[in-house]
Design a protein around this ligand. Sequence first.
Ligand code: NDP
Length: 312
Amino acid sequence: MTTARLLDGTAVANQIRAELRPAVEAFTARTGRPPGLGIILVGENPASEIYVRGKLKSAGEAGLRADIERLPASASLPQLLDLVDRLNRSEVHDGILVQAPLPASMGEDAESRVFDAVSPEKDVDGFHPVNVGRLVQNRATLVACTPSGVIELLERSGITIAGARAVVIGRSNIVGKPMALLLLHRHATVTICHSRTVELAKRAAEADILVAALGRPAFVTPDFVKPGATVVDVGINRLSTRASVERLFAAGSKRLDDFDRRGSITIGDVHPSVAGVAGALSPVPGGVGPLTIAMLLKNTMTAAMARAGWAG
Ligand code: NDP
């Protein structure tokens, strides 16, 4: 039984993109060039190819310049750092994004070394330690796209954050930690949970706002959810066997049909039955995903204006 109000990420993302359009046009008219985004893609990871295509398409539709810079999987870390350096010095690129994951052959600390090498002014992913530090101090301009997209989704859906008890499951640098900080800065009382949390379901069920960002398909079941709570599902998990889909969705359901047509479906970290307990729920797909891209465009615009010396 579905009772939860669906938090429509696609609609909110469209709204953000529509708001960006006049700013992009004004920037282009005044500077004689559109805001520019440089995307670095190393190797041939199929999921990364799909993400990057989506980012290029959205950027183009928003009137931004977007260039893809490819390196083969055999590229060395110094080659990648050289490319980052070139984009750092580029006049026409205001934002730089290095698509993760990097090939394992580049070494364990490659990602942090590359993210650290991106100029903080062009760091539209918000991963650079300078931008993370500014976020901690609540004076950030470039914040990680997925968690800032979650905030847009909550605020534009009329969910009250101030005073709410918020629980974030997941403490990664790209989602969980910045998510918790953004909620804190909006005056929620925040708990961060992770794989060592004791009595996880009990902690989660204390939340008025529960953000699931752990990367475990359908892990968050109704016992994790206080009746009426807002649940944001950040997870993106692919199910590629029919049995795994049948365990979650009844015969004749749309998701099972989707599986039969495509051979796989994407689901979140939240079990479908949570829709019967939560007050509001972000779907997967169509929830947080579209907002991540919209926030990337917004960050590129913010970086472009700052580089041009305009106030945001
Ligand atoms: P990570 O794997 O980096 O982090 C997962 C976090 O979840 C870790 O902090 C881990 O805890 C915690 N965790 C894992 N298993 C459990 C468990 N059984 N119980 C409690 N906590 C657990 O993932 P990301 O943060 O990068 O991504 C999380 C999810 O969000 C993924 O599904 C990813 O695909 C999705 N995602 C979606 C985006 C979007 O645009 N919608 C963008 C980015 C990510 P510990 O630290 O203790 O290991």
